[in-house]
Design a protein around this ligand. Structure first.
Ligand code: AMP
Ligand code: ZN
Ligand code: FE
Ligand code: FE
Length: 284
């Protein structure tokens, strides 16, 4: 069984519709995907319907923008009730903050000699309810200012780069509580990717495990073999489930093909069992 527990559709900053994503996953030889769009569940119903039709399991998920010690941390929530009010309200707040920071990006890009309008970004965002920096990157590509998303992030949009603008992120302990309150299971995405590596220490992970965190993503392209080994040990010590994923974004992140990293069936089964035990939403 091949299980890829963190993929994106064009409902956030991936490039394929939920249906196409499910087809692509089957073509890539996967049996299970976890759909984890940024700050929204809007793609889940479509992906599950497509999965039911072709016999591919879709575990519902979300990738929440959180912070720990003022650093950005992405938190995956699996199996949540997608109608849970407190969680939905917080996701709405996150998406509003995504839109509110757009003007800041446009102002900075204009100062840098790369004028863009909100309409240009709207064009690249399409119908996604979750505006992301990759959409701004795509607008820069369409204008011919940069060649691709990677160049846009490396030169202008990445954290600390000249056009970067901060936004609201949920305190991670609160996000863990919200996910758990919605009968879901919280897993930190790419904990030692760029952003929070130095604050997400073994002690920090133990503290978050006490706050209800249940897993960490270990096998991810952001982690080198040494980091994976260390995270595996830390996870075992703190009783956290270890997962793996591609963090696929379609052609939006060309170095992350579907299934490049996977989750062990035993870890997946544990996640599914825990979600079922608390009445959350399991795979279709
Ligand atoms: P945002 O959530 O709007 O702050 O945008 C961050 C998202 O941009 C991340 O979740 C990644 O999916 C994406 N991202 C970060 N770096 C890159 C990159 N170099 N190329 C393409 N996408 C990226
Ligand atoms: Zn993304
Ligand atoms: Fe992420
Ligand atoms: Fe992601």
């Amino acid at each position: 069984m091949r299980i890829d527990l963190h993929v994106h559709s064009n409902v956030s900053d991936g490039t394929e519709s939920p249906t196409r994503l499910v087809f692509a996953a089957q073509e890539a030889g996967l049996d299970v995907i976890g759909l984890c769009d940024h700050d929204t569940f809007d793609g889940v119903a479509e992906a599950r319907e497509a999965g039911r039709r072709i016999g591919l399991a879709v575990l519902p998920g979300v990738e929440m923008s959180t912070r720990y010690k003022e650093r950005p941390v992405h938190l995956l929530g699996y199996g949540c009730d997608p109608w849970n009010r407190p969680l939905l309200l917080e996701l709405t707040k996150l998406r509003v903050s995504r839109v509110n920071r757009l003007q800041g990006f446009l102002d900075k890009l204009s100062e840098l000699g790369m004028p863009l309008t909100a309409e240009d970004v709207q064009e690249s965002k399409g119908l996604s309810p979750s505006l992301g920096r990759p959409h701004i990157a795509d607008a820069l590509v369409a204008k011919g200012y940069v060649a691709n998303r990677d160049e846009a992030f490396a030169k202008y949009l990445g954290d600390g780069k000249p056009a970067y603008v901060e936004r609201y992120a949920t305190p991670i302990q609160e996000a863990i509580r919200l996910i758990r309150g919605a009968k879901g299971l919280a897993v930190i995405a790419h904990p030692w990717g760029p952003g929070a590596k130095d604050v997400l220490t073994g002690d920090a992970l133990a503290e978050l495990a006490r706050a209800g965190l249940e897993g960490i993503e270990v096998d991810h392209t952001d982690h080198d073999p040494r980091s994976r080994e260390m995270l595996t040990q830390l996870g075992a010590r703190t009783g956290l489930i270890r997962t793996g994923s591609s963090d696929y974004h379609g052609i939006g992140k060309s170095h992350n093909p579907l299934g490049i990293n996977t989750t062990r069936p035993t870890a997946y089964q544990e996640i599914v069992n825990r979600i079922a035990a608390r009445g959350g939403v399991g795979p279709n």
